[in-house]
Write a protein that binds this ligand. Structure first.
Ligand code: NAG
Length: 292
């Protein structure tokens, strides 16, 4: 009994150390990074899927660590975000839209894509449906409120302000920047290929992805379902711990949460590396056509 009590934690630690050192490591080389810096409901996951089809290694909201990156970002600590940039070459969804200044300085060859909707009303209504489902604490940091109803003005301002600020920042960096209106559909391949690596003068001859096609995660039902259960559990824990995180909280609770997130991070990074390798190995070659 006592032997088992000693050997099991040792065994688990050994597995975690092995996973951390052998699987969850940054890839040997990455392409110049692309940051998708549009806000929620501007098609960021579709664009992430499009980049994944172009075999970019993408970090998005489906990666469970995004929740933690928002916590740390909200507390003014960018170290976890900066650490994540070592592993990926495409970034989308919160909190990346608010990191463009730091990322533009840190990665001089990185490119930035501002995703937008065809008009502000369309965006607001889309947000109303999306945010309406629950009240995720994090929204307050980005949109000034956790729901749209009754807060239309401030939520809309967060969108127009973000658009204005991004445009002003990239005004003198036109070769690092593009804007994409997600409602434009297949034409968006041309915009994306202005920043991303596509064969010269050509774009993929498939439809531009539509939200939740999730190319990155469709690697077999079993792995998909396991990952879904894993994300679901971590999200519930995130919700329980969010109060403590956002409000400064008790240092002992936050310390324990930090340790747990480090553990989650190793596992998630290992999944992410394995997914990416599988995707590269099993992907059908993408066909390209000339831009008319
Ligand atoms: C938007 O910008 C204006 C002008 O700088 C500022 O007064 C306002 O508080 C900002 N709104 C939000 C939601 O950030």
């Amino acid at each position: 009994m006592r032997f088992a009590a000693a050997i099991i934690p040792l065994f688990i630690s050994a597995i975690i150390v092995f996973v951390a050192h052998e699987i969850a490591q940054p890839p040997a080389s990455l392409r110049p990074k692309i940051f998708v810096i549009g806000l929620s409901k501007t098609g960021t996951s579709s664009i992430g899927d499009a980049l994944a089809l172009l075999q970019y290694k993408r970090l998005g909201w489906k990666d469970i660590r995004s929740r933690h990156l928002v916590h740390t970002w909200a507390n003014g600590d960018y170290s976890a975000l900066i650490d994540q940039t070592r592993y990926f070459d495409a970034f989308e969804d919160l909190p990346w839209p608010y990191m463009y200044r730091q990322m533009a300085e840190m990665y001089p060859d990185a490119k930035f894509l501002l995703s937008l909707r065809k008009d502000e009303r369309t965006w607001l209504e889309s947000m109303r449906r999306h945010v309406g489902r629950g009240s995720w604490q994090g929204y307050r940091y980005f949109y000034g409120a956790t729901e749209v109803d009754g807060h239309e003005d401030v939520v809309l301002q967060s969108y127009t302000n973000h658009t204005d600020e991004v445009r002003a920042y990239f005004q003198d960096k036109p070769d690092r920047y593009a804007e994409l209106v997600i409602d434009d559909g297949d034409r968006n391949w041309e915009v994306l290929c202005r920043l991303a690596e596509c064969p010269e003068g050509r774009v993929p001859s498939i439809p531009f992805p539509k939200s939740n096609t999730a190319a990155h995660w469709q690697q077999g039902a079993l792995i998909d379902n396991l990952h879904f259960m894993w994300s679901w559990s971590i999200t519930r824990i995130e919700e329980l711990s969010a109060e403590s995180y956002y409000k400064g909280g008790w240092s002992i609770v936050n310390g324990l949460l930090d340790v747990s997130w480090s553990l989650v991070s190793v596992i998630e990074q290992a999944c992410s590396e394995l997914y990416y390798k599988m995707m590269i190995a099993t992907a059908e070659p993408l066909e390209f056509k000339a831009v008319l």
